[in-house]
Write a protein that binds this ligand. Sequence first.
Ligand code: NAP
Ligand code: 3JM
Length: 351
Amino acid sequence: MTETLGLNIAVVGATGAVGQQMISTLEGRDLPIKKILFLSSARSAGTKVTFKGKEITVQEAKPESFEGIDIALFSAGGSVSKALAPEAVKRGAIVVDNTSAFRMDPDVPLVVPEVNEEDLRNHNGIIANPNCSTIQMVAALEPIRQAYGLKKVVVSTYQAVSGAGAAAISELETQARDLLDRKEIKTEILPVKGGEKHYQIAFNVIPQIDKFEDNGFTFEEMKMINETKKIMHMPELSVAATCVRLPVVTGHSESVYIEIENDGVLASDIQGLMQKAPGVVLEDDPANQIYPMPAASVGKNDVFVGRIRKDLDEAKGFHLWVVSDNLLKGAAWNSVQIAESLLKLGLVTVK
Ligand code: NAP
Ligand code: 3JM
């Protein structure tokens, strides 16, 4: 579109909460783009989107949409990815998929560029973007694993409603307004869209994200457990998660407890690692009440880490507080970063 030499990119789910961030992230980077397609369901087809000053009409995603596409960024839900990602690959595209559809497939690299960029070399057409809560946690933990080894991770999340899509953002806003106006509230989306029961999210906290599995953990918790082991190449790592939805629009927070392998490590050593870690910003100054918060993370690509403490009983135990914009590093930015890594590693060529 703007260049004679460049990549042909498709954004699937372009009208959604993640898709909108994909578009603004692509606008802000200098990935060479020759043509860009914005795809959605038939519902939003015809909508106009401005990209780098040019008006582009959203089209319905179909198998033929991917003819001539180099990279397709998918965030339209697992069923759309299952149906259309293989069609895109068949037509020569590399798919970066934001859903859980292919993440645990052994033939599909699951990539956070700061952690396992080299795994991209093993792709067979589809690359999976991990779950948002997992991405921000592994970005903080990988430098610790490299320096001191890692034995155990116990995480509790405080997740924003934007992780559940545009409809969940509207639900929080409408409920909050109705509660303040002393009107009856409607509960239709959270905790799980299309699920049997729905609960109030405004002025509340819901200890369920995604559906329950037979083992008592939710699917979101199992995503964190399984994806962390895969990304860090540590099937033996002990991981447990409790995932909770909060009435926050954007920015996931996590209380992370870890046990490392090495003896004699201080909280200041971990702080030093976070200061140097790629994509991580240390915000840890209790004396001045400096710590990460979701509202401050909105619109930023970094993972913010603070409240780093050594456990009082376990000599190899540490506590961290990890915050990031779930729609950026958790989704859109990590996907665009993967596209940039593909170019850097020579895995996609500009024609
Ligand atoms: P959303 O706000 O509900 O948006 C859904 C998008 O998918 C819309 O653009 C929608 O188009 C499109 N879509 C729905 N059905 C479609 C179909 N049959 N064919 C083509 N497009 C279709 O949801 P979101 O928050 O952006 O999330 C979308 C997906 O991304 C989620 O389901 C999840 O799998 C994934 N996600 C991943 C992460 C992560 O951490 N990596 C985070 C959040 C979400 P219309 O406007 O036409 O309805
Ligand atoms: C489906 O905050 C959240 O709800 C997590 C984001 C999300 C995902 C995901 O990326 O794991 C929302 C809805 C999925 C999915 O694809 O499993």
